[in-house]
Design a protein around this ligand. Structure first.
Ligand SMILES: Nc1nc2c(ncn2[C@@H]2O[C@H](COP(=O)(O)OP(=O)(O)OP(=O)(O)O)[C@@H](O)[C@H]2O)c(=O)[nH]1
Length: 712
């Protein structure tokens, strides 16, 4: 470790990670240790293509490739492999679905910019290449160096693993893509994993994404651009993602869509590395383009010339090396910025730093998420396993529902539903009662002055009998009273229905809330609640109809206000008779106190006695009607108060028990033992997440132990 300090110091000042991902920045001893150790190996060149190791190649590329056998590669890779394996395992466990982001190298680029060709060059295998859209699903490419000279390739998607080989891999990727995204040109979010175990490849995991295209080709959906953009944004948005932006040398970088997208999530470019492809096609001005850095690429540029057509990798590499060494323009580009091997080295370093930096945070997030899931699982209702448990749960539900209803409908305490005004029962009941009272008052008697006394004169005419003249016939009073009661009789009935609908609403929602974990009980409580309210409503309607009937039959009150009011009104009689019969001006109308403006012309044909009797009859009715209306409202309020108290304290529990135990509900309370589907689903989901997070915890736990041991 003697020279590690110097090495890490050098790296801290390097711009390789945008000057940000320095060892000191990692701030975590274990991960920094790994990085320092890992860098020892990084000074060696990377073996990329064992197949290139024929003599001619070795001579030709001795400088650039410096092909070495496994020791250097493995000591280089051995440090990063466990970390990368751990991250790949987490990726396989789909830990991202739990909201935990993993450090990922995401390959983006405009369509046909050469993304697949770059990946091919890194892995020395053939991938589907060509013009038009090739990559249609996220292709997770896991490159792993292994000591055997026999490469092992496999494809993993939709839960299955298929072996493949170098000769077939391109074709198999196309088949798997068709399987996932259909045979057309559409794209899919379902990832396809390609595992390449091959001697000499750098240990790297990258995700290749579909190329960005503005114009849909035949067979592609109209919104293909948005679909691809959404997919790319989802992958590059997390801070943990490293963006490998593939740019074709043939285009102006500032116009590239992929640059626009990466800049939108990584403004300073501190997590963006650019690979410039097709340098052979457009060498002019390239040096200026990559040194000018008009597009803010924080992690630097690497220029490559990929395999073209049917070239072998060896040939392609030879051409590439030659190009960067001898081409009059391309040879001017700094050697630390050219070639696939430089790209591989940079990616491995960036990946290692990124993983080491992210691991402590990942461990913490896994722990946090696990704790949240465990506590949510604990909060779920315990599954009931015996009759006794079911009875206890039932009693608790009924008890708490009764208490809630008593609070909101009887006592006026709203602490359980502070924001739900609809459930502030006592206040809403008073409001409804006030509306009822207003409706009663408005229905009759708003305009006593119009047709003043006409009804009374007519009815008195019909009530004539042989008796003393100064006795007011009671029958006349009753006839008028009955007519008036009949006129308002539908209002109390409508009100009763409305008020019980409201109570039903509140009661059912409270019952549902308290029994939310037991769907069978909910069904039964709903049924019981509905039937019970129907009965209560029926009873109230019957009672109200009786009251209305009583008001029709009898004119009685002991309320002294009636007499007081009548006497007050009768004080106007003298003035009224004078205006009608004695005033020599014979006014056609005049104001009667407490009544208003009345037409009087018509009264002049009637005798004084009749007018006086009719006036008296009217005033009695006005005074008495106030008593009747007050009685209808007061008795309604008292009736409701009693009915609601009975409902909450007596009937509700009884009705639900009867419903639950009754013949219509075979299975009775045992049915409560069945868990509601939504709770079962939630429990299942939480258990799955917990298992996944526990496994993930184990994966990172092992790796952190290793790092600590290693660091110590
Ligand atoms: N001359 C030359 N051609 C290249 C180079 N890199 C890629 N190409 C060619 O460019 C075309 C597109 O390359 P791909 O690798 O399929 O591009 P892609 O970005 O993966 O394409 P999509 O995934 O379909 O967007 C192919 O014909 C490649 O052979 C290069 O460095 N030089």
């Amino acid at each position: 470790m003697g020279n590690n300090k110097n090495k890490s110091d050098t790296r801290s000042s390097s711009s390789e990670m945008g000057g940000k991902h320095t060892q000191t920045d990692l701030g975590v001893k274990p991960s920094s240790t790994v990085f320092a150790k890992f860098e020892e190996g990084s000074s060696s060149s990377v073996s990329l293509a064992p197949r290139a190791r024929n003599e001619a190649d070795q001579q030709q590329h001795a400088v650039s490739l410096n092909v070495k056998e496994a020791p250097i590669v493995s000591s280089y890779n051995d440090k990063i492999r466990p970390l990368l394996d751990a991250v790949d395992k987490l990726r396989n466990l789909m830990v991202m679905e739990e909201g935990i982001q993993l450090p990922t190298i995401v390959v983006v680029g405009d369509q046909s910019s050469g993304k697949s060709s770059v990946l091919e060059s890194l892995a020395s295998i053939s991938l589907p290449r060509g013009q038009g859209i090739c990559t249609r699903v996220p292709l997770i490419m896991r490159l792993q160096h292994h000591s055997s000279s026999e490469p092992e390739l496999s494809l993993e998607y939709n839960g299955k693993v298929e072996r493949t080989d170098e000769g077939r891999v391109s074709e198999d990727i196309v088949k798997a893509t068709d399987d996932i995204a259909g045979g057309g040109k559409g794209i899919s979010n379902t990832p396809l994993t390609l595992l390449v175990k091959k001697n000499g490849v750098p240990d790297l995991t990258m995700v290749d994404l579909p190329g960005i295209t503005r114009v849909p080709v035949h067979g592609q959906p109209e919104n293909i651009y948005d679909q691809i953009k959404d997919m790319i944004m989802e992958y590059i948005n997390p801070d943990q993602s490293i963006i490998l932006n593939v740019l074709s040398a043939t285009v102006d970088f500032t116009t590239c869509e992929s640059i626009r997208m990466s800049q939108s999530v990584d403004k300073t470019g501190e997590r963006t590395l650019a690979v410039v492809t097709k340098v052979d096609k457009a060498p002019e001005g390239l040096v200026e383009k990559v040194t000018g850095d008009d597009v803010n690429i924080g992690l630097g540029y690497v220029c490559v010339r990929n395999r073209i057509g049917e070239e072998t990798y060896e040939e392609a590499r030879a051409f590439s090396d030659q190009l960067f060494q001898t081409h009059p323009l391309l040879s001017k580009i700094d050697k630390s910025m050219v070639g696939v091997h430089v790209l591989a080295q940079k990616l491995v370093q960036i990946q290692a730093t990124s993983i080491a930096r992210s691991l402590p945070e990942i461990v913490k997030k896994i722990d946090d998420k696990l704790n949240i899931c465990l506590s949510e699982l604990n909060k779920l209702p315990k599954g009931l396993s015996s009759f006794a448990e079911a009875i206890t749960a039932f009693m608790q539900i009924i008890g708490s529902s009764k208490e809630s209803l008593s609070k909101i409908l009887v006592r006026g305490e709203f602490d359980e539903y502070p924001e739900e005004k609809h459930k502030h029962g006592t206040a809403r009941l008073v409001e409804l009662l006030n509306q009822y009272s207003e409706e009663l008052h408005e229905c009759d008697g708003t305009d006593v002055a119009s047709n003043f006394l006409m009804q009374e004169i007519r009815i008195l005419g019909e009530a004539k009998r042989m008796s003393l003249p100064n006795f007011l016939p009671r029958s006349a009073f009753l006839v008028i009273l009955q007519g008036k009661v009949k006129g308002i009789s539908s209002i109390p009935i409508r009100f009763v229905e409305k008020i019980w609908d409201y109570i039903e609403d509140v009661m059912i929602s409270v019952l549902m809330k308290h029994s939310e974990n037991y769907s069978q009980l909910q069904l039964c409580a709903k049924r019981a609640g509905h039937n019970l309210i129907a009965k209560m409503k029926e009873r109230s309607v019957k009672w109200m109809m009786e009251i209305v009937e009583m008001e029709k039959k009898t004119d009685y009150t002991c309320n002294p206000e009636y007499v007081t009011e009548w006497q007050k009104l009768m004080n106007n009689l003298g003035g009224f008779l004078h205006g009608v019969l004695e005033d020599e001006h014979k006014p056609p109308s005049f104001v009667v106190d407490d009544i208003g403006m009345v037409e009087v012309e018509v009264f002049r044909q009637y005798p004084r006695d009749l007018l006086s009797e009719a006036f008296d009859l009217k005033m009695r009715m006005i005074a008495y009607w106030k008593v009747v209306l007050r009685r209808l409202v007061d008795s309604m309020a008292l009736h409701l108060q009693l009915s609601i108290a009975n409902l909450v304290n007596k009937h509700m529990e009884m009705k639900i028990v009867t419903e639950l135990m009754g013949p219509n509900n075979a299975g009775g309370i045992e049915k409560m033992l069945e868990e509601s589907p939504s709770v079962a689903l939630k429990r299942e989901k939480l258990k799955k997440s917990i298992n996944k997070l526990k496994e993930s915890k184990e994966v990172v736990g092992k790796i952190m132990d290793g790092i600590i041991t290693y660091g110590d």
